[in-house]
Design a protein around this ligand. Structure first.
Ligand SMILES: CC(C)(COP(=O)(O)OP(=O)(O)OC[C@H]1O[C@@H](n2cnc3c(N)ncnc32)[C@H](O)[C@@H]1OP(=O)(O)O)[C@@H](O)C(=O)NCCC(=O)NCCS
Length: 397
């Protein structure tokens, strides 16, 4: 029994992260994408296999349930959690759920699992996420309800325009965004070259159209050679006089991530090691034309629930959907950038939408395990398309 949500001593179980893995992230590009011939069921199925290979004390049939985030559940991503599980030979008796909360889908999936553990419904869960933005584009098969158009101008709702609006509202200049993008690439390249991602990335052997094969074990979007001068020459991506470019937007990607979550009691019984337990989380809604500010209210609400202040947080992973919104959120929350995205963020590591909520949590776990071993609390947070935010606080045990 341990500390529950709201930060109070409660008769609830503790939920801990036993393992976290991910695929490398590829560009969703029909010719240049390193993972272009890999379908989403393979991204996820590869991780389903790897998580059991790495954690032999756990058998697939021991899993109480699987929750997988995915932002666009159409086409080959329809029922992706179950389809992949069955396709890769796992037991029919274990149930799968697809969770959709746009960019925070996988964080919502994690929250489903930790709540179930804390409520003592089960002891062993898999949470994760997947997105193949090559086969299923961001807005594929999406229809705006006409009534929504009566409430909001439909031109204000796509992600790019919201990033421009946040930049204007929070006074985030193009130069500031480009500096943050540069830092993201530099931190990601440094972390990659130091082998920091080795524990989380499961390499994929990819067979290309001509039969050639290559093992992909790193993220495709990291651009260590980018410069402020180069970025300054790029055209605005979303409006002619805008300040957001391709360099200050997260790219379009393919990727998946997965976590093994357990009650602390079960992890101890099985002799599994862990670093972090779930402390508190919060989901909020905000103005959809300013969707990028979601992490502000979500983080405040989660901190409040945990009985913490922003100064208690040692390490932050904020999803860099856009440079403008991640900077606006950190500024508004008064979080020093030295604590943020230490191994780079989505601008460099990529943003396969439905996977990112798990990817940033996996990375947070690894940072606190290996680099920031004195850190007590970590915060992971994302903005969400159509105006939501999600945040989770993890505590060293
Ligand atoms: C912004 C956007 C429209 C750009 O699309 P794109 O033009 O296909 O962008 P790419 O990533 O392929 O980059 C195009 C070119 O810009 C240049 N470029 C991109 N980032 C760069 C950087 N950091 N430094 C230098 N050049 C860069 C490169 O020349 C690149 O082409 P190449 O690498 O193939 O030579 C697209 O990435 C996008 O929609 N992003 C937002 C996604 C989103 O909304 N996600 C959800 C968030 S809530």
């Amino acid at each position: 029994m341990g500390i529950g949500v709201e930060g109070k001593e409660e008769n609830v179980k503790e939920a801990v992260i036993v393992d976290g893995i991910r695929t490398p992230t590829g560009r969703a590009h029909a010719e240049k994408g390193w993972l272009r011939t890999v379908a989403p069921d393979e991204l996820l199925g590869t991780l389903y296999k790897a998580i059991f290979e790495r954690n032999q004390a756990v058998k697939p049939e021991d899993i109480e349930a699987v929750y997988i985030g995915c932002a666009n559940l159409s086409g080959p991503q329809n029922s992706i959690a179950r389809m992949s599980w069955l396709a890769y030979g796992f037991p029919e008796s274990v149930p799968q759920n697809n969770i959709e909360m746009q960019c925070a889908s996988a964080m919502a999936a994690i929250q489903h699992c930790v709540r179930a553990i804390m409520a003592d419904e089960g002891d062993i869960y898999i949470a994760g996420g997947v997105e193949d933005m090559l086969r299923v584009g961001m807005a594929a098969n999406m229809e705006f309800p006409p009534k929504l158009g009566e409430r909001y101008n439909p031109l204000d709702l796509p992600m790019g325009p919201t990033a421009e609006k946040v930049a204007a509202a929070y006074n985030i200049s193009r130069e500031e965004q480009e500096k943050w993008a540069l830092a993201s690439h530099q931190k990601a390249a440094t972390a990659r070259d130091a082998g920091k991602f080795k524990n989380e990335i499961i390499p994929l052997e990819v067979t290309y159209e001509d039969g050639s094969k290559k093992v992909i074990d790193s993220d495709q979007n990291i651009r260590p050679d980018t410069t402020l001068e180069l970025m300054a020459t790029m055209a605005p991506a979303f409006k002619p006089d805008g300040v957001v470019t391709a360099a200050t937007s997260s790219p379009l990607n393919q990727g998946a991530s997965l976590m093994l979550l357990m009650s602390r009691d079960k992890a101890d019984e099985l002799g599994m090691s862990y670093t972090l337990r779930y402390k508190a989380g919060a989901q909020v809604g905000v103005d959809p034309t300013m969707m990028g500010i979601g992490p502000i209210d979500a983080s405040r609400k989660a901190l409040n629930r945990a009985g913490l202040t922003v100064d208690d947080i040692d390490v932050v992973e904020v999803n860099e959907a856009f440079a403008s919104q991640s900077l606006a959120c950190m500024k508004e929350l008064k979080i020093p950038l030295e604590k943020v995205n230490l191994w780079g963020g989505a601008l460099a590591l990529g943003h396969p939408l439905g996977s990112s909520g798990c990817r940033i949590t996996v990375t947070l776990n690894n940072i606190m395990k290996t680099d920031k071993t004195d850190a007590k609390y970590g915060l992971a947070t994302l903005c969400v398309g159509f105006g939501q935010g999600n945040a989770s606080i993890w505590e060293r045990v």
